[in-house]
Design a protein around this ligand. Structure first.
Ligand code: NVA
Length: 351
């Protein structure tokens, strides 16, 4: 008999009314340990030496980050949004990074949820350990397709020949193309079209693999981005609502965006201010462009970091109500509201 249960996963854009979401957890997060050339390619220079094996983030940052995430959960629940939380994991013990950045590891495309085949060794077990229970719960709640990533059990090849590569020929990334690799946060959903970027964690085979994983009728297009440090597209472009996108003019352009027919009629806005770098708490892993990394919970409400007043004021002219919340300690360990969440159900899905 056909199932009449509602889907537990149904989302293919970044702006429709949010109904269900994963919100991360910060406890026990550690600086991810990856080869020096990867850290050099992706992380802020002043903090490179912290990215060692078994290197914890400051405890007070993690405590405050979890308090911020709990507050976010309460606000989302008050908005009538169902919230799922990851397991508590001892990332120190397992040599991993965090459960606070679920956007990197999972993406919902229609009624399918896809696990990223991470390039980073430190993230290999992240989805299993932190989100495995959520995936099992979602499968019980309604019909959906879960696409788990192929696992690298032994030696990886992704860095072979790269560490000492002379950076003078091609756009040279910190990974090779010997196996599919992508982080889900290198892609944005615009209905039937996903727009992504190649980066230091997303390679050509990874994009081909994602194309094979998305449901029928969905396509994946790649944006021209000028950013040798590229890792995650959500401080480069961010759709705020249907027809309105903010972009980082230092990394991409209106010309590049207009090449994507889905954006042909959109209002494409270069963010007009230069965001300020913060060092208390430090942005250990990201640039100051994190101010763009907001979460739309509907076409008229966007959650922004409370210190990013300039951004909050700027969105008002588009009829968007900013909801300012604290997230600076989560920012410190790698991302803001977009990174720290995975939307599972949004109201409208393109048909
Ligand atoms: N790595 C990018 C994106 C972070 C969400 C940055 O630091 O701007």
């Amino acid at each position: 008999m056909p199932s009449t249960a509602l889907p537990s996963v149904q989302a293919d854009n970044e702006w429709s009314q949010l109904r269900a979401v994963i919100v991360g957890r910060a406890a026990n997060s550690c600086f991810p340990s990856e080869p020096p050339h990867m850290i050099k390619a992706t992380m802020p220079e002043q903090y490179h030496e912290k990215f060692q094996p078994k290197s914890r983030f400051p405890q007070d940052v993690l405590h405050k980050a979890d308090a911020e995430l709990d507050q976010l959960v309460n606000v989302l629940a008050q908005e009538g949004i169902k919230v799922y939380r990851p397991n508590n994991v001892d990332w120190y013990e397992v040599g991993g990074y965090t459960g606070s950045m679920p956007r990197d590891g999972l993406v919902a495309v229609g009624n399918t949820i896809i696990e990223a085949p991470f390039s980073w060794r430190s993230r290999r077990c992240e989805v299993d350990l932190a989100y495995g229970n959520i995936l099992a719960e979602l499968a019980k709640e309604g019909p959906l397709t879960i696409v788990r990533a192929p696992k690298i059990l032994d030696a990886d090849t992704i860095y072979n020949g790269i560490e000492n590569h002379e950076k003078e020929k091609e756009p040279v990334w910190a990974i090779n193309n010997s196996r599919p690799a992508f982080d889900a946060a290198d892609f944005m959903r615009f209905g039937k079209v996903l727009i992504g970027q190649y980066s230091n964690v997303t390679n050509h085979k990874g994009v081909e693999y994602l194309r094979a994983c998305v449901p029928d009728g969905y396509t994946v297009e790649m944006l021209e981005v000028d950013d040798p440090h590229a890792m995650h597209i959500d401080a480069t472009i961010l759709p705020l609502k249907r027809g309105l996108l903010v972009y980082n003019p230092l990394r991409t352009s209106e010309t590049a965006l207009r090449r994507h027919s889905v954006l042909q009629d959109w209002d494409l806005r270069a963010y007009p201010f230069v965001p300020k770098m913060r060092d208390d708490p430090p942005l250990f892993m990201t640039s100051e462009w994190l101010c763009m990394n907001v979460l739309s919970i509907s076409e008229s409400k966007v959650i922004v970091e409370e210190k990013d007043v300039e951004f909050a004021e700027w969105v008002k002219q588009f009829g968007i109500q900013p909801i300012p919340l604290p997230l600076q300690h989560v920012n410190s360990i790698g991302g803001s509201f977009h990174c720290a969440t995975v939307d599972l159900v949004r109201h409208d899905v393109s048909v």
